[in-house]
Design a protein. Structure first.
Lengths: 285, 303
């Protein structure tokens, strides 16, 4: 017979890792949270169905390449075409990353540890960026691998593929910074979802209005700036400048590339700044 | 050795001074921080954690300056907040493991430590269930576990008995005492209920309106104010008069007399007086005066 002994309280004298370790652990934990890993099945439903929808056109594209030797979708235009799915993913998952900690006031438990506000926000942004990046880059990679296997006539579009992957990262960072900032302003998840999707719809719906108004009054040059109101076309505009890809706007071209790039960087900065301010205020409570 | 010390520590908010010129030192063991709601206890803890910059003065914890070396302090101390701070949809184990990793513990060590501390705070099988379904007492235990999981040198417990029923309160206090003695972790525990700290603390600091009222060991608190309660069947007034004539400090309290203990001779005086008057002595009970009374006296003296 074995006996259970109460050995009493044991002290811990093992390694204590630094803030970088904690931040990385938080980022991985948050990334798992975005996809509902380690959570009940219903938390996985939304992210994985959206990821599956994102993959469908890529698979269809590979099939058409194999059957009729033709590309249906271009790498550079994938994010623009699939923007509604990406936006829904952002709106539904960004609040799950920030709302519970704010709503249930978990933040003090982090901040009383080596975790700082900057590392907390950094980990959350990194997790969301990785998730959105994976959402866009996985279908692109599937398409590219398909293209290599199918072996279309002519050289593979390797440059365009890598360009679109780089821009997927830029897009993911922009969307995450803004999506998390918007979601963090309300501790309620539902309101967070609604506010992110509303801002996206406004950015989408305002384009024809602004574009139409300017084009009809003869300001065609100014009208092209309207595309930059939407994050997907903004990133596409930078892509078209950096990698020489054709614009995927519905009508007309983009304004000058460098200006779009500056605008993109400024918006990312704005989103991150708003997020930091929000958490500074939450921490002072 | 001092585990924490403040010197002229002050925190002013736009509308209120939460901590006012507080100079105090705390040694190892269990220290109680007593004050009414709004006395500045939580503000003081936040400053000691280096999360809130003081308006004036200095504070050091474990020999580290709270303003400049807050990050190092937060590595070595644990903090249990006063308010609810647990996400309801994760289990206690998951949460405590995660927070252990946030304190810098590697994954396997975090798991082991979490299992250990959850056992020490008395959470058994329920630790695998989501926290949302826990009773207040269980939630308080989880909050305590997350503060202990990284084996801190010092732990700040902000109102750990808040919202608990009498039994839960007793269990929590016993646990806090064990942390200070058996676990060898110094404790700073706050409460607005003064009586409960007297049972578990080695040292008590009383603050009011952000100012220090008193800081002394528990022995001094209780020794200074010993009284004895005397109850007799009848003839209370005669006994009171007899004792007062004999130079004792007597005050009637309902059907009993409270006599201040001046020395061992006080007990003899009570015995002799009762015997001489032929009274039937029902009760002779030593009261250790409660901290409340000291607190009341001192506040009274300040007004």
């Amino acid at each position: 017979m074995s006996e259970i002994y109460d050995i009493g309280y044991r002290h811990y004298d093992g390694p204590r890792l630094g803030r970088a370790h904690a931040t990385l652990a938080l980022a991985v934990h948050s990334l798992r949270g975005v996809f509902g890993l380690g959570r009940p099945a219903r938390s996985k439903l939304t992210p994985f169905s959206l990821a599956a929808i994102m993959l469908l056109p890529a698979i269809v594209n590979v099939a058409t390449m194999a059957l009729i030797q033709q590309r249906v979708v271009q790498y550079s235009g994938y994010a623009v075409i699939m923007q509604a799915v990406v936006a829904i993913f952002l709106a539904s998952q960004a609040p799950t990353l920030v709302a519970p900690d704010l709503r249930h006031r978990v933040l003090p438990l982090y901040l009383s540890r080596p975790v700082t506000i900057a590392s907390y926000v950094g980990a959350k942004v990194a997790a969301m960026t990785t998730a959105v990046f994976a959402l866009v880059a996985v279908p692109l990679t599937v398409m590219y691998l398909g293209e290599l296997v199918v072996d279309l006539p002519g050289p593979p579009a390797t440059g365009e593929f890598f360009g679109s992957v780089v821009m997927a990262l830029a897009l993911a960072l922009l969307l995450s910074a803004f999506g998390l900032a918007l979601a963090s302003f309300t501790p309620r998840r539902g309101l967070g979802v609604a506010s992110v999707i509303t801002v996206y719809l406004l950015s989408f719906a305002s384009i024809p209005l602004v574009y139409g108004a300017l084009a009809s009054t003869g300001h065609d040059d100014a009208a092209s700036w309207a595309w930059l109101l939407n994050p997907f076309w903004l990133v596409d505009s930078v892509q078209s400048w950096l990698f020489g890809t054709p614009p995927h706007s519905i009508e007309g071209g983009y304004p000058s590339g460098p200006a779009s790039a500056v605008f993109l960087v400024a918006l990312v900065g704005l989103g991150l700044g708003a997020l930091m301010l929000r958490y500074r205020k939450a921490a002072a409570r | 050795m001092h585990i924490l010390a403040t010197e002229g520590l002050t925190k002013r908010f736009p509308t209120v001074t939460a901590v006012d010129q507080l100079t105090v030192t705390v040694g190892s063991g269990v220290t109680g921080l007593v004050g009414a709601n709004g006395a500045g206890k939580s503000t003081l803890i936040k400053m000691l954690l280096g999360l809130l910059p003081p308006t004036g003065g200095r504070a050091s914890v474990l020999g580290l300056d709270a303003t400049s070396r807050g990050a190092e302090i937060r590595r070595l101390v644990g903090y249990m907040p006063e308010h609810e701070c647990l996400p309801p949809d994760v289990s206690a184990t998951e949460l405590v493991v995660h927070l252990a990793r946030m304190s810098g513990l590697p994954r396997t060590a975090a798991r082991e430590r979490a299992a250990d501390v959850l056992r020490h705070v008395g959470l058994a099988e329920e630790r695998y269930r989501p926290v949302g379904g826990y009773s207040t007492g269980m939630k308080q235990r989880v909050k305590l576990a997350q503060a202990l999981v990284h084996d801190p040198k010092l732990i700040f417990l902000d109102e750990p008995t808040n919202g608990l029923d009498p039994r839960g309160r007793d269990e929590m206090l016993t646990l806090v005492r064990r942390i200070g003695t058996e676990f060898g972790i110094s404790v700073l525990v706050t409460s607005h209920l003064l009586g409960e700290l007297e049972r578990i603390c080695d040292h008590v600091i009383v603050i009011d309106g952000g100012r220090l009222l008193r800081s002394s060991s528990i022995g001094e608190f209780t020794q200074a104010t010993q009284t004895v309660t005397v109850e007799v069947d009848e003839g209370l007034d005669e006994l009171a008069a007899r004792l007062a004539a004999g130079g004792q400090a007597v005050s009637p309290q309902g059907r009993m007399l409270v006599v201040k203990v001046l020395g061992p001779e006080t007990y003899d005086a009570v015995r002799d007086a009762a015997a001489d008057l032929g009274l039937c002595l029902i009760r002779l009970e030593q009261n250790r005066h409660r901290i409340e009374d000291v607190f009341r006296d001192e506040v009274g003296a300040h007004v």
